[in-house]
Design a binder for this molecule. Sequence first.
Ligand SMILES: Nc1ncnc2c1ncn2[C@@H]1O[C@H](COP(=O)(O)OP(=O)(O)OP(=O)(O)O)[C@@H](O)[C@H]1O
Ligand SMILES: [Mg+2]
Length: 420
Amino acid sequence: MLEWKWWCVSGTNMASDPVDSLLDAVAGGKSIIVDRTVLHSAHMPDLVLHRDEEQKAVAQVLIPILKGSRPSNLLVYGKPGTGKTLVVRKVISQIQTRAADSKFPIHLVYSNAKDETTLGGLLVSLGKQLGMDQRRLPVTGLAIGEVFKRILEEVDGRGLNVVFVIDEIDHLAQLVGRTGKDILYQLTSANTRLDRGTLTIVGISNNLSFKENLDPRVISRLADEEAVFTTYTTEQIKKILEERVAAAFAPGAVEEPALNLCAALSGSEHGDARRAIDLLRIAGEIAERAGGGGGTDGQAVAVGHVREASKKMEEDKEMTVLQSYPLHEKLLILAIMRSEASSTGEVYSHYKSLCRDAAAGPLTQRRVTQMLSEIEMSGIVSGRVASRGVHGRTKKYRLTVSPQTVKKAFAEDLTLQGLL
Ligand SMILES: Nc1ncnc2c1ncn2[C@@H]1O[C@H](COP(=O)(O)OP(=O)(O)OP(=O)(O)O)[C@@H](O)[C@H]1O
Ligand SMILES: [Mg+2]
């Protein structure tokens, strides 16, 4: 109680209080980011740049629906952050607006396979967007086949013209593989079972290897038409960023060289607009924090903020990968950390001693060697083949991330706490 009183009456010190000066800066409207939502990945910009041809291609495939005939199925693919979701969502919302005056019912519905844990969940989400209620389509309790049958009955009964957009369809492909239920085949060939209405599938993916996991008949039906999105050039990314800067930041709050660096770091290697926008947002937050939230000239986003943001993004990515590993992979990473640049045999003996300390039964050397190659693929460790003279060759492993990052990532794992 006494403490509370002291805290409340210490008004004379207000100006130097860190929380107060932050709050003062916000209240004074001096924050350099004026509209944060524009920098959020789900934000739909008014202007879609450099994608006229792709927008036309997607629209052209879907246009027959406005005339009451069935569009072809469409597969949209390209690397991450190339505007696939943005373009498809924009086109379907524009067609839906036109469809409002149509004489026959048209529904274009969107769903993301990554947000669903089951095939049934995805179908229920699509069915709900057609207006099917809880009674017709309960969230649980129906077999997938039944859910699908009810959706078809709905389409048929009301003579609906439906486009199902399934974003990140590669995730659905994984579920299909696991359950053995070939829902994609049924979906892509649904029209043969409809007397009235139509059902078209638009699949979006940044991972083309999913094609290999599916029945070729499904692929050929799904990819009646294909739209390929290429990566953006550094110049194109710069223009996209300029639009965001104008909408999100206070005037003059981002220095030109900082913007160029954001574009270059995301453009040259990846051509990924999402990465560029994330980088800009994080750099903006760092600049804001460095300036205590103020927006005077000295605190504009500068090259140094972008470099720091890039480092942070890289570290965050590494942290996520590290934290996602099961216990034995983590122990193995610690073993490599302890035995810098060691052969498989040396790593294995460090691993066994860590297992003892963690009271975990060690896996066989054969299994551990296999795990090492898997971890190597993720880029967290690198292996270099070294000659051992007459004894042949061996692989030497070392960490590619800093030991600090590993320690930070594993800090919350109780089993490992004594070992870091
Ligand atoms: N041409 C563009 N003009 C303006 N903003 C864009 C453009 N292309 C992409 N963006 C923005 O970049 C981000 C990524 O775009 P989008 O989500 O469409 O990529 P994607 O191709 O679907 O990527 P993924 O395969 O990872 O899902 C979004 O915030 C989007 O608004
Ligand atoms: Mg997407």
